[in-house]
Write a protein that binds this ligand. Structure first.
Ligand code: NAD
Length: 473
């Protein structure tokens, strides 16, 4: 279903989008596909609703966001199951995603008064200066398939909290759970037109949304190359952009690290959601003195991971589709052709000929020029490379165009803080691989993004500043 101006629409002008189950390869559901006409109607509805929503009482907006969070939690099992069916991830991961989306709604509901205005000291006699913030307008929300509900919530919650209305376009690979997320908002009492939902591919529906003259701001998560396309298009209308883009996240393991802890974190963050996470560990640099031991422990831990359909709740489900799996296999083959060795995995697991399964894969003898060491693989591959010093590791870690997240394992606090300063990434995890937390800013440096999500700072992404100068008599 699509939602335009408060009406659910079951039929799109462009037919339907079929939704595939990554665990079987079967198409099991469909949603209507929008044409330019429906994009236009959704943008108009969002623009009309903006007039009253942007002036509504913050408390009213907060109440709606909190009620929507309650609804999400109530329907947790139903939505999690849909998410697992369309995305492939294990059920416990889907449950975690839906819960985290509810947490984002609650967080921004509790922060929506804070940034609205300041009364400033006069700069000349007899003047009063106010600095006020105003919602930017109807926002185009474009989200990817790897965390469809969560990443939609990370945009919709702060946008709605500040008084913006939204037109949501989820990935056409995962439209189902986002539709349920929108249903919860509607059931929570969102006025007509404040939240709109359209389905379609990025190249047509997404692009029409980006170009639409009534949309002054786009909040996007996806690939770096797509982000650049959006930036070029948005330039035509000088639109505001928040871009959360690709990563190629390094992990550095110093000689003094607690190896068991480092391996546990490294395996989890390399293979979670089949490596289809922007903050997945993509390359591991280990000081040479502990390299052999680290690889041995890493393989032993990887071998314990269970694989299966997400609905059976294993550690690892399938990849999203065959195209994604083929790209990962191409990266592995490129590495092997340049001298890397597969120490674990590297093929479709036995008994999983249906669907898009792939073994978690550990590569050694890797070199910086291999694709897997510099392009986003977005799959379950952990290349491990020895280094002579942490300084060398930092050079490698900073050597790419990406700057999303870096991870460091060491017991030496001074070294940890030094590396945290030196790593050119928006997030640095020391002795942990915890993902984005709603209370703290999440931002990509370099070609990993523009602007930020999460924390109270995210509200600024949806606000315009106005200086009001009052001259007294
Ligand atoms: P993608 O760029 O292919 O698509 C993302 C969204 O943009 C989809 O809804 C798609 O339909 C739409 N889109 C594609 N082309 C478009 C265009 N020309 N105009 C408008 N919309 C367009 O990305 P994906 O494959 O869905 O997601 C994976 C990528 O997302 C990876 O690169 C990953 O690192 C990144 N990601 C980043 C973060 C972060 O917070 N930095 C989080 C998750 C995923």
């Amino acid at each position: 279903m699509m939602l335009i101006g408060g009406k659910w629409i079951g039929k799109g002008s462009e037919g339907v989008i079929k939704v595939q189950d990554p665990a079987t390869g079967e198409f099991f559901a469909e949603v209507p596909k929008a044409s330019g006409k429906e994009v236009d109607l959704a943008c108009k509805a969002a623009a009309d609703a903006f007039t009253h929503w942007s002036r509504s009482l913050p408390r009213k907006r907060a109440d709606i966001l909190v009620r929507a969070a309650d609804k999400l939690e109530k329907k947790l099992e139903e939505i999690a199951e849909k998410l697992t069916r369309e995305q492939g991830k294990p059920l416990k991961e889907s449950r975690g995603e839906v819960k985290a989306a509810a947490a984002a709604l609650r967080y921004f509901a509790s922060h929506l008064d804070s940034p609205l205005g300041e009364w400033r000291a006069p700069s000349r006699p007899g003047t009063i200066n106010l600095v006020r913030r105003y919602p930017v307008g109807p926002v185009g929300v474009i989200s990817p398939w790897n965390y469809p509900v969560l990443l939609t919530a990370w945009k919709v919650a702060p946008a709605m909290a500040t008084g913006c209305t939204v037109v949501i376009k989820p990935s056409s690979k995962t439209p189902l759970a986002v539709t349920e997320f929108v249903r919860c908002l509607v059931e929570a009492g969102v006025p007509d037109g404040v939240v709109n939902l359209i389905h379609g591919s990025g190249g047509d529906v997404g692009m029409t949304l980006v170009r639409h003259p009534l949309i002054p701001k786009i909040s996007f998560t996806g690939e770096t190359e797509t982000g650049k396309v959006l930036m070029r298009e948005a330039a035509q209308g000088l639109k505001r952009l928040t871009l959360e883009l690709g990563g190629h996240c390094p992990m550095i393991v110093a000689a003094d690290a607690d190896l068991e802890v480092a391996v546990e974190g490294g395996v989890y963050r390399s293979f979670r959601n089949m490596g289809q996470v922007c903050n997945s560990i993509n390359r591991i640099y280990v000081e040479r003195v502990i390299y052999k031991k680290f690889v041995e422990l890493f393989i032993a831990r990887t071998a314990k991971l269970t694989i299966g359909p997400g609905l059976e709740d294993p550690d690892l489900g399938p990849m999203i589709d065959d195209e994604a799996r083929r790209r990962v296999i191409a990266h592995i083959e490129d590495a092997v052709s340049k001298g890397a060795k597969i120490e674990y995995g590297g093929k479709v697991p036995t008994g999983f000929e249906r669907g898009f399964f792939l073994e978690p894969t550990v590569l050694v003898d890797v070199k910086p020029d291999m694709l897997v060491m510099r392009n986003e693989t977005f799959g379950p591959v952990a290349p491990i490379m020895p280094v002579d010093s942490v300084e060398e590791a930092v050079q490698h870690a900073n050597g790419l165009r990406y700057g999303l997240v870096a991870y460091v394992y060491t017991r030496d606090l001074a070294l940890a803080l030094k590396l945290a300063d030196e790593l050119e990434h928006g997030t640095v995890g020391i002795n942990n691989v915890i993902g984005g937390e709603v209370e703290h800013p999440y931002t990509g440096w370099k070609e990993s993004g523009l602007g930020l999500e999460l924390s109270e700072h995210a509200l600024e992404e949806f606000l315009l500043i106005k200086h009001i100068r009052i001259k007294g008599g």
